[in-house]
Structure formats: structure tokens, C-alpha cells
Design a protein around this ligand. Structure first.
Ligand code: FMN
Length: 388
């Protein structure tokens, strides 16, 4: 496998996701970094998301002889190498052109899921060619039903099997850091932008080849491909629509697993299970929507108690190590995902950057399971912990 050629070099130079984030920050224009890395308001939730993990410490057990860790996980009938996946990230091509294609190829190579966003910069039709049977699709629910039906049909025809419906964007958040950095739709060619382009030649070169990032999935539905028009269309036609009736309808329409993303309240989790959805995805959108929200890790055990194993629980927001993943799995998540780290991997290292991120997370998860003295996730759940 081509990644194997680079594995040692990557592992020595970038042994952690933080190393990749540093490299990504240097390689991409400030505006793209602000969009990727930022939260909203004073961004306090970004730090709280991280701190929450450090509150959980384990009490290891020893003298168990050689341990064979098994992370293979079955979710909705598909087998994955580990309970680790790539969360949906919109406007991905702004951070690195063709990032969705690279990440889809990573998913296929490593047998982990990649969730394509409705507002990605590449279409389900083209990404579907790279992804094998590892494709999930994230839906910002359209107001108008013919559009919804057409979008779901396209996604299904392209081979995506798991539908992730985002609940936690009742309206766009303010994202002040992106504004300060000059993010606009369409991207404006200002002297500042030209300077950013000149000082990030590799990004500029790849952007010139692929063309400026566009919301290629949704522009299909507009008569006008102008980015300003398409972004307005996204704001007006895809936002603020979701209610329980709509979720029920989605469950009927999509002939496969439907997961509700962005859940933090146990009652919302309960309702999702009651109406027959297949999974609950605990997340605070990586701290990008509601700066006053609880951390996803604090919300997780309450949701686990409410759901009582009736459906799988997915989790994201702040995972940066395999140990973080282990903590979320310990608290009852069945599957964890990361957003920013995979995009940083591609921005830092290109085509195989996503592979490197996945390897770091999976190796670190396995290593920490051995340090703790457990071989399976089921055993992990019985471990002893202390909570700060
Ligand atoms: C740049 C960026 C764009 C995102 N776009 C979407 C999106 O289009 N749909 C969605 O449901 N979540 C979106 N998210 C949220 C991620 O799916 C995920 O919940 C979050 O990134 C997890 O936190 P982490 O980045 O700390 O891993 C986005 C996150 C980032 C960083």
C-alpha cells in the first residue's frame, strides 16, 4: 500500500494529531485555518471539549500475559477496522482541494467510514467512486420535498448507505474568527487574499488546478452557480427545518440506517429512539454552533443511560488521541468520529494524510487498551476509572 512507503517518515515527523494541525496551519491560508479551527463566540467550548477528556483517568490492571487487542466493530451491518470514523466537514475544498476524494480513498483503504457533508465541495456521485462501501452521507434537511427526494436518490445511487441527519444547526452560528479572517461567499479576491495565496504556494497551485471551492452537491439545484447565490440558497432552503415529523419522514424515505447528529439532551435521544431512528450521534458540532452548550463528553453518560442500548450511540467533538476515543468508548459510545483532525491530515500531508490520522488514532487506541489491560471494548467498559 502506498501509505506504507511514507508511514515511518510520517510517524517520526508527525507522531500526533497536534503535529499535523501545526503543519496544516502553515500550509493553508489564514482564512481557511480560521474556518477549520474556529468555534463561535469566545470559543470557550473548544477548550472545554478538550478538558472534559482529561477528567477521566483509568486504573490499569497488569499480569495478564500477552494481550491481543480487537477493535473490529460492526455498526448497522457493516464491519469497520475500529470504532473510529471521519465526521462530516463542509466547504472541505477550502482547506485542501479534493480533500473529500482523498478521505474517501482513505476510508476504503482502511475500512473506516467517511461521512460526506451536504455542503462539501465535491459531489456524492464523484466521491462515491472512491469510497467503496464505507460511505455515509450527512444531510442538512432541505425545506422542499422534491429537492429532498432528489438528493436522497442521488446519494443512494452513489452507494452511500448510512444517513446522518444534522439536528444542531437551527440557524447559522456567528463564527466571528472566520469573519475577522475575511471569509466571504464567494471568496473575494482582495489584496489580503492575494497575499495569502502567494504565501501558500502549494495550496494555491492545487486550488488553481481544481478551481475555487464550490458547493458542488447543492449547486445542482440552483439555476445560478454563482457562489453567493448558492450560499444564500443553502441558508434559505436547507436550514432550520427539522422537527420530529420530518425525522419520521426521513426514516421512511431512506431505506437504510438513519442517525440523528448533534444530540445533547437525553430526552431528544429518547425521542429519536421512539420514532424509530437507528442511531443517536452525541456531538456539539465541535464547538462551532452554540458556545454555551454542554460538552459532548459530559452529555454522553446521560444519553447512554436513557438509550439503554436500544440503538448505537455515536460520538464526536474534541477527540485528538486514541486515548480520547477510549474514554468516550468507556462512557458508552459505540463509535467515535473526528472532524478537524482528518482535514488537517490532508492539508498537512496531502493524499495519504487521512491514512496517517487514522493510524495515529487506531494505534493509540490499541496501545492504551493494552496499557489498561483490556482486549476488547466490552472489557474496557468494565475498567475502573476516576473522574475529576
Ligand atoms: C470546518 C468544519 C465544517 C463542518 N461542517 C459540518 C457539516 O457540514 N455538517 C455537519 O453535520 N457537521 C459539520 N461539522 C461538525 C463535524 O461534523 C463534527 O461534529 C466536529 O468537527 C467534531 O469535532 P472535532 O472537529 O473536534 O472532531 C463541521 C466541522 C468543521 C470543523
Amino acid at each position: 500500500m502506498a501509505y506504507e512507503k511514507y508511514r515511518e517518515q510520517f510517524s517520526n515527523r508527525y507522531p500526533t494529531l497536534m503535529d499535523l494541525a501545526k503543519k496544516a496551519k502553515k500550509r493553508i491560508p489564514q482564512v481557511a485555518w480560521a474556518y477549520l479551527d474556529g468555534g463561535t463566540g469566545d470559543e470557550d467550548l473548544l477548550q472545554r471539549n478538550r478538558n472534559a477528556f482529561q477528567q477521566i483517568t483509568f486504573v490499569p490492571r497488569f499480569c495478564k500475559g500477552p494481550l491481543q487487542v480487537d477493535t473490529e466493530t460492526k455498526l448497522f451491518g457493516t464491519t469497520y477496522t475500529a470504532p473510529i470514523g471521519m465526521a462530516p466537514v463542509g466547504l472541505t475544498g477550502l482547506m485542501w482541494p479534493k480533500a473529500e476524494h482523498y478521505l474517501a480513498a482513505t476510508a476504503r483503504r482502511l475500512q473506516i467510514p467517511f461521512c460526506l457533508s451536504t455542503v462539501a465541495t465535491e459531489t456524492p456521485e464523484t466521491v462515491g467512486e472512491d469510497i467503496g462501501d464505507m460511505g455515509w452521507f450527512q444531510l442538512y434537511p432541505p425545506r422542499d420535498k422534491p429537492l429532498l427526494h432528489s438528493l436522497l436518490q442521488r446519494v443512494r445511487d452513489a452507494g452511500f448507505h448510512t444517513l446522518v441527519v444534522t439536528a444542531d444547526v437551527p440557524m447559522a452560528s456567528r463564527r466571528e474568527r472566520s469573519k475577522r479572517a475575511g471569509l466571504s461567499m464567494p471568496p473575494k479576491i482582495t489584496p489580503k487574499m492575494l497575499w495569502q495565496g502567494l504565501t501558500h504556494p502549494s495550496w494555491t497551485y492545487h486550488t488553481l488546478i481544481r478551481g475555487l471551492p464550490r458547493l458542488r452537491t447543492v449547486e445542482h439545484y440552483t439555476s445560478n452557480n454563482d457562489m453567493k447565490f448558492v450560499s444564500g440558497f443553502v441558508g434559505n432552503r436547507l436550514g432550520g427545518t427539522l422537527d420530529w415529523d420530518y425525522c419520521r419522514e426521513l426514516k421512511d424515505l431512506w431505506k437504510g440506517p438513519v442517525v440523528l447528529k448533534g444530540i445533547l439532551h437525553p430526552e431528544d435521544a429518547k425521542k429519536a429512539v421512539e420514532i424509530g431512528l437507528d442511531g443517536v450521534y452525541v456531538s456539539n458540532h465541535g464547538g462551532r454552533q452554540f458556545n454555551g452548550a454542554i460538552t459532548a463528553l459530559e452529555a454522553l453518560p446521560h444519553i447512554v443511560t436513557e438509550v439503554k442500548g436500544k440503538v448505537p450511540i455515536l460520538f464526536d467533538s474534541g477527540i485528538r488521541t486514541g486515548l480520547d476515543a477510549m474514554r468516550a468508548l468507556y462512557l458508552g459510545a459505540d463509535f467515535v468520529l473526528a472532524g478537524r483532525p482528518f482535514v488537517c491530515g490532508v492539508a498537512a500531508l496531502g493524499k495519504y494524510g487521512g491514512d496517517h490520522v487514522a493510524h495515529i488514532l487506531i494505534d493509540d487506541l490499541r496501545n492504551n487498551m493494552v496499557q489498561l489491560g483490556v482486549e476488547t471494548i466490552a472489557e474496557l467498559r468494565k475498567a475502573e476509572i476516576t473522574m475529576g
